[in-house]
Design a protein around this ligand. Structure first.
Ligand SMILES: *Cc1c(COP(=O)(O)O)cnc(C)c1O
Length: 410
């Protein structure tokens, strides 16, 4: 038997049925029409946002990094919940605008922005987080052609990273942002060229579960923003502190306690350098806001034996939920929290089972030697933490199965 990650605390069962947002998982599958499907509970997202606002200093803006989950009905609700969207492509920019987010609160970060994406962003009045000097030059040319002063922030490749983070985005040579020692010169250049300089974007990493690592990173980010601003000789309108808040996906992981982060951030902001006195501050979170709100539900097609092992074969797989198969940015495959939705809370069987998807590849494993109650054909398997980097981050076209259904509730 291999352990699995902890089921998030929002879930319980009634009459052996997993409840999501107060509804039974089986009736949600009926409502959606078929399996496999993702269910997103807005009630959980709202609770996350509420607890974040409670913990963080009042003045801190909360932005949603929408690549975590760009499902349009969810975006429309997010637009009313958070203070801004961070987009990573022209396609996401279009979705953000359709969702009703004010372009003044949209920023676009990401390497390799094409001219048509720069044009659409400047035209909409959203901010470009510049990734290089070359991108700055192209944005200025396009701004001149459109007769619009582009809103430009400098994305800085910081000279530190987020300790213990799952995905390093700063520290060392990176395709993201401009190295810290060249960032002030670039800011001066865009100001002199007549652009509207929006400040700094400093994103040092992702998926951290240690509050102290995030506290340290935020303090270093604010210190770096102050140092760079002094070099520029101008106060930045906005300092985007990045994110990094992680989720407890795996065995032994503990949910991030955000309260000490808010307390520490409040005191760092209080004693910030004079040049940052008039600046606004934002954090941008993806997975932490929406990840726990999603459950991937997939139906058991077959239960079979091979050489003494039991394989539970489901109608979903890594083409919908790549991350749970261990093939999205993890080195060692570990089990996401998984349950039999229609036998929720029932004692596990003696023998562990392996849950595999319907793709003809050995990497399509959703649960490896997990302890589940006895499983039968037609049962519903629930995989938790499916609200971020699921449907849109998985190779949907691989093997030609249908797209997953997505159901927003609450
Ligand atoms: C992906 C991304 C995020 C969100 O990361 P999460 O780990 O989902 O919180 C935030 N900022 C930038 C610039 C990103 O690219």
């Amino acid at each position: 038997m291999k352990p699995m990650g902890p089921i998030p605390p929002h879930f319980s069962g009634e009459d052996d049925m997993l409840l999501i947002g107060g509804c039974g998982a089986a009736s949600l599958a009926d409502e959606a029409g078929d399996t496999p499907l993702f269910v997103y509970d807005m009630g959980i997202v709202e609770a996350q946002v509420r607890s974040l606002r409670q913990a963080m200093p009042d003045a801190l803006a909360i932005h949603y990094a929408m690549k975590a989950n760009p499902h349009p009905p969810l975006l429309a609700r997010m637009a009313g919940l958070v203070d801004g969207f961070d987009v990573a492509s022209g396609g996401e920019l279009a979705l953000a605008l359709e969702a009703g987010m004010d372009p003044a609160h949209i920023s676009f970060a990401g390497p390799g922005k094409r001219d048509d994406e720069l044009t659409a962003t400047i035209h909409a009045g959203a901010t470009l987080n510049l990734e290089s000097e070359g991108e700055a030059r192209r944005a200025l040319v396009i701004g001149r052609r459109l007769g619009i002063a582009p809103k430009l922030a400098i994305r800085v490749n910081p000279d530190f990273d987020l300790k213990g983070s799952g995905m390093r985005m700063g520290g060392g040579a990176k395709p993201f942002g401009v190295d810290a020692d060249r960032a002030a010169a670039l800011a001066r250049m865009v100001i002199e060229a007549g652009a509207e300089w929006r400040g700094w974007h400093i994103f040092a990493g992702s998926q951290a579960l240690d509050p102290h690592a995030i506290i340290e990173m935020q303090a270093a980010t604010i210190a770096l923003a102050a140092r760079l601003s002094e070099e520029v000789g101008a106060a930045p309108p906005l300092v985007n502190l990045g994110g990094g808040f992680g989720l407890a996906y795996f065995p032994g992981d503990r949910r991030l306690d955000i309260r000490p982060i808010g307390t520490a951030l409040a005191s760092v902001l209080e004693s910030r350098a004079d040049i940052l006195r008039g600046s606004s501050f934002a954090i941008e979170l993806g997975r932490w806001l929406v990840g726990e709100a999603g459950v991937y539900l997939t139906r058991v097609i077959d239960v079979k034996q091979s050489m003494g092992e039991t394989f539970v074969v489901v109608d979903g797989g890594l083409h919908h939920q790549l991350a749970a198969s261990g093939n999205f940015g993890t080195v060692v495959r570990r089990n996401y929290p998984i349950a039999v939705a229609n036998r929720f809370g029932i004692e596990p069987a003696q023998e562990a089972v392996t849950v595999v998807g319907c793709l003809c590849t050995p990497i399509d494993r959703l649960g490896d030697k997990v302890a589940l109650p006895p499983v039968a054909e037609g049962d519903l398997i629930a995989i938790f933490l499916a609200g971020a980097y699921g449907a849109s981050a998985s190779p949907n076209a691989f093997l030609g199965h249908p797209l997953p259904r997505q159901l927003l509730i609450g």
